[in-house]
Every structure is written in C-alpha cells, then in structure tokens.
Design a protein around this ligand. Structure first.
Ligand SMILES: [Zn+2]
Length: 241
C-alpha cells in the first residue's frame, strides 16, 4: 500500500520521466530490430564473398532490344547491370559482365544466336556460380507492369529457388505483384551450365514504368532487388566451392 503510493506519487511527480522512459523503450525496441535486420543483411551479403556471378546486360551493339515511350532496353538494362555489379563487388563477389558498354560481347557481324552462345560460353568458361540475365519487357497491352523473373521449363531447382528469391525481393523493393514465370524457353539459360535466371526489370510498354526505368534511383532499386535475392540465395545454400 505504502509502496503503491510512492510509485503513484513518483508517476504523478514526473510525467516527463515516464514519457522519457517510454520513448527510450520504443527507441530501444526499434534499434534492436534494425540491428537484427542489419545483421541478417550482413550475413546474407557475407555469403556473396568469393562467388562468381555473371551479370548479363541483354542486347547491345546494333541490337537495341525493345523500346517504348522513348526508352531503349539496351540502355536501361546496362544501367541496372552496372549498379548490380557495384553492389556485388562491394560484397566481395567476383563479377563478370558480358558487356560494359554499348557493344554486344561477340562483336560484328551480329548474329543473335551466336551472340547469346558467346555469353553462355563466357559464363561456362568462368565456372560461374550463377548467371543473371537482365532484360526489359514489352507487351501489346500498356497496362502490364512490374519486374518479373523467368526460368526455363527444364530449369535446375536452384534456378527456380533463385528466381523465387529475386521475385520476392522485387515485391519488397519495388512493389511488383508479378510471379515467377517457370515455363520459359530462353536460349541463353539453356546454354548456361549453372543456375541461371532472366530478370525482366519492367515493361517499356507501360508509360509510367518506362519513365521509372530511366530514373537512376529506380534502376538502383531494381539492382538492389536482384542483389538481395542473390545474397539470400547464397546465404541459404552451401559454402563456396
Ligand atoms: Zn530483351
């Protein structure tokens, strides 16, 4: 009874103190939560160290890829690929770019099949752990939007898992509501002898999304989504071989 009175008294006397302590508790709770997330991300990023990752910016050279609303696939996929390279390199991964400039990797004269075979050959010769091919989509209906990951019908289970993790990260980072396409028949993915996915970063046929795809901040978000998917993929997998 006496103690209760004292507590009540203290409570009455210093409402500021109560607010202060409550505030500290809230800050502490958020701080710890953020710290745990940082640790998880750090752990995931650590899993990328020493991995060989092929980042393939689609098209290039005389092949512009798709175009819509003044946005050209060849250009925007390269921008996202460059951002992704930076993120991966910072995490200690060995990154192989199939192209770093406007030109297609196989040079001239340009044959699409030969160019794609050349990209797969780069990845196979490097003994890469994964290949991520970056493209942008175009559809006759302008309402379609959102970043989306594709794997072939006969894809390795690891390719499917990687695709799911990147799609999930796109959901978190860009709000894309699309699902992984598992029935694709993509020549480059067939030729690659490691887990491989194609990432379609968005629809050039969608006016607002085409505009977003030109925005460096949005390009970075997309790169971040792929990075997060890759980090989680390696974090849940085996040690580097
Ligand atoms: Zn393409």
């Amino acid at each position: 009874m006496r103690r209760a009175t004292v507590v009540l008294h203290a409570f009455h006397c210093s409402p500021f103190m109560v607010v202060f302590i409550a505030g500290m508790l809230v800050l502490l709770a958020f701080g710890v939560e953020a710290g745990v997330q940082d640790l998880r991300l750090q752990f995931a990023a650590d899993a990328l160290a020493g991995r060989t990752i092929v980042v393939d910016a689609g098209h290039g050279g005389i092949d512009p890829g798709a175009a819509g609303h003044g946005v050209v696939e060849r250009e925007v996929v390269l921008a996202v690929a460059q951002d992704l390279r930076q993120l991966l390199a910072r995490a200690g991964a060995r990154v192989i770019m199939t192209r770093t400039g406007r030109e297609a990797p196989s040079g001239k004269p340009f044959r699409q099949r030969r160019d794609l075979a050349h990209r797969a050959q780069l990845a196979n010769a490097a003994g890469a752990d994964v290949l991520v091919s970056i493209h942008a989509n175009y559809f006759s209906h302008p309402g379609q939007q959102g970043a989306q990951v594709f794997v072939n019908r006969a894809a390795l289970p690891q390719s499917r898992r990687l695709a799911e993790l990147i799609q999930q990260a796109f959901r978190e980072v860009t709000g894309s509501r699309r699902q992984v396409v598992t029935g694709a028949d993509i020549f480059l993915l067939k030729k690659a002898r490691m887990p491989a996915v194609t990432v379609e970063i968005g629809f050039l046929s969608h006016p607002a999304e085409a505009r977003d795809l030109l925005d460096p901040a949005y390009q970075n978000k997309l790169a971040w989504g792929v990075f997060l998917g890759l980090a989680r993929y390696f974090a849940e997998g085996a040690a580097p071989g």
